[in-house]
Design a binder for this molecule. Structure first.
Ligand code: BGC
Length: 453
């Protein structure tokens, strides 16, 4: 991307050096997709692979005829959601839901406190909605972190991601921990199923569109799920004669650093994160991280005296202060003097003063980081299609998450990259569909399937 605008030669050269680092060529995309297929196969072959490929215990397809009243919880993004879902059949449903903010303190404190908080939220939801009664309510628990499942309602936490780091949880069964809190507080709810958000999204979309192929989250975090023929899963010792949804945990892809194009800005972010050397793919794609990568690149330019006349601000110097949402605003800023960008830099981040060239530079860095994220995000879809032999076939990918929904041109850029990997003809058969807030509905459907069995 050649710098435009009123840059000096030195600015143009320095900005080009930075933006070039974020370029992902067609050849590189293809190599990443190929490596992704290999890593998927390792994950299906044995336990402990980088891409964990976790069987979800959700087998069979949705028909849309599932019925009944179920509770759902959704933990793992920005908020906790408590939902009550009424499945009406015919692909229809009603949902009542309430969001609760999970404080930063709870995210890194003892797990018992987090579980007690969740139980209190469920209690107040039931009181407010008058749904508590004598009958035990069945609940689907969307817990959006890597858990190794041993049954539909059993799962041991492998590690935390996305800024959560509660003590006393890794290596433990998180359904038992939450069920304990319900019991201690006399809340008459049974956790019938534990569900990853990608699996919930896939099931929710499949309730209306039964031939949905993949469920993907591109929000605070990044991950995907798809249907696998269990006969092909060597590590699976259960019934091989069935299809099952696999929670890929693909955000962990390439922690060996074989193919992902990591820049010095990514390395700095990783080193300062609470899960060092982990979740590399997620860290280049997900909303939690893009702002921080951008901040690191901007500070590099400040230090070279290319940006803001060499002056940062206390806010901009603070880790994680540059939110990914700012990037969206900056990317769509079409005002002649980039005043929206100026507002974020000067009023929100307290940079003393910015020139038009400064704002143009910031916009170019945001574009470079956002474009790379969308291009890299297409590789796992290409990988799943190659692995399942679906290249050239109709394929519906249900995607939830703020990045996909709100980030400018994210879908377009992903589509372009996918056509570079698979060819235009095969790309045209793939449909990316927004599946907003699907995991609540999905978890309720899975709770229904589980309690029926
Ligand atoms: C977690 C996944 C989750 C994804 C999206 C990742 O950090 O490891 O389990 O699906 O975020 O929420």
């Amino acid at each position: 991307m050649a710098p435009t605008g009123n840059f000096t030669e030195a600015q143009a050269a320095a900005v080009k050096t930075v933006t070039d680092r974020f370029i992902v060529t067609t050849e590189r995309l293809q190599k990443i997709a190929e490596q992704f297929v290999l890593e998927m196969e390792k994950g299906l072959d044995h336990q402990g692979a980088t891409v964990a490929m976790i069987p979800s215990f959700v087998s069979g397809r949705c028909t849309g005829e599932e019925k009944g009243n179920f509770m759902a919880l959704d933990l793992g993004g920005t908020n906790l959601r408590v939902c009550q879902v009424n499945l009406l059949g015919g692909g229809e449903h009603t949902i009542r839901q309430q969001k609760y903010v999970v404080s930063e303190e709870l995210k890194v404190g003892p797990m018992r406190n987090l579980c007690d908080f969740i139980a209190d939220c469920v209690d107040s939801f039931l009181t407010e909605n008058g749904t508590g009664g004598n009958e035990t309510l069945q609940l689907g628990y969307t817990f959006s972190f890597p858990i190794l499942q041993t049954a539909i309602n059993r799962g041991v936490l492998k590690q935390w991601t996305k800024g959560f780091n509660c003590s006393g949880a890794v290596g433990k069964d998180v359904t038992i921990l939450l069920q304990d809190s319900f019991r201690r507080k006399n809340i008459n709810v049974n956790i019938a199923a534990i569900v990853n958000d990608t699996v919930g999204t896939l099931m929710a979309y499949a309730y209306k569109h039964p031939n949905t192929t993949m469920g993907v989250i591109m929000g605070t975090g990044f991950n995907a799920s798809y249907y696998e023929d269990m006969g092909k899963v060597k590590k699976w010792t259960g019934d091989k004669n069935q299809e099952m949804v696999i929670n890929m945990e693909c955000g962990a892809f390439d922690c060996e650093r074989r193919v992902l194009p990591m820049t010095i800005y990514d390395n700095k972010l990783d080193r300062e994160s609470i899960n060092v050397y982990q979740q590399y793919y997620e860290k280049t794609v997900a909303g939690m991280y893009l702002g921080e990568i951008t901040r690191n690149a901007l500070l590099d330019l400040v230090d070279q005296q290319i940006l803001f006349d060499g002056h940062s601000s206390r806010e901009l110097n603070r880790n994680w202060s540059f939110e990914t949402a700012y990037m969206s605003t900056i990317e769509v800023d079409e005002t002649s003097d980039l005043s929206d960008t100026g507002h974020i830099l000067e009023s929100v981040l307290n940079v003393a003063s910015t020139t038009l060239a400064d704002r143009q530079i910031v916009k170019e860095i945001c574009q470079a980081v956002g474009l790379r994220a969308a291009r890299l995000a297409s590789c796992h879809i290409a990988g799943v299609m190659k692995h399942t032999g679906k290249v050239g076939e109709e394929c519906i990918v249900a995607i939830d998450g703020s990045l996909f929904e709100f980030y400018p041109n994210f879908e377009k850029n992903m589509g372009q990259a996918l056509s570079e990997i698979l060819g235009e003809q095969a790309r045209s058969k793939v449909k990316f569909d927004l599946a907003r807030d699907g995991s609540g509905l999905g978890a309720a459907i899975i709770a229904m399937i589980a309690s029926k069995n």
